[in-house]
Design a binder for this molecule. Structure first.
Ligand code: SF4
Ligand code: SF4
Length: 133
């Protein structure tokens, strides 16, 4: 069992890294120096890595299509979805979400989908950007 990963480890040794030396290969110690170097052309900024197909970013919710069946709540492993009884609609707390896409897969009316948006860092877990409703 412990050695079953060895072929994968071996394959990975010869693959290019998936990460990007962003924004530049050799970043100088100060931001000012870095900007100066970009301006005089001695440093080139690397373009960001393209978002891969089927990327699971921030959930999109088409509220009008939602029929309030609660199936998404039942399958969510991290209890990130709440039901708004008065509206018969849902509210997703992205700070709890693991982006597994199970809610998206089970929704009978396809009103949930995973977007390409990954800029979700925030100091407040209840910020507007981290709540989908
Ligand atoms: S993507 Fe997964 S964790 Fe996030 S809300 Fe949907 S079911 Fe829950
Ligand atoms: S599974 Fe879809 S239709 Fe059902 S409550 Fe969730 S979002 Fe609404």
């Amino acid at each position: 069992m412990r050695f079953s990963m060895l072929p994968q480890v071996f394959v990975q040794m010869f693959k290019k890294p998936f990460t990007n030396k962003f924004p530049a290969k050799y970043t100088p110690s100060s931001t000012t120096k870095f900007v100066e170097k970009i301006q005089n052309g001695t440093v080139t900024i690397h373009p960001p890595v393209p978002i891969p197909e089927h990327f699971r970013g921030k959930i999109r919710y088409d509220k009008d299509k939602c029929i309030g069946c609660k199936l998404c709540i039942k399958v969510c492993p991290s209890e990130a979805i709440e039901f708004k009884e008065e509206e018969k609609k849902i509210k997703i707390f992205l700070a709890r979400c693991t982006f597994c896409s199970q809610c998206n897969d089970i929704c009978p009316v396809s009103c949930l989908s995973m977007s390409d948006d990954f800029l979700l860092a925030d100091t407040d877990k209840y910020s507007k950007n981290l709540i989908v409703e």
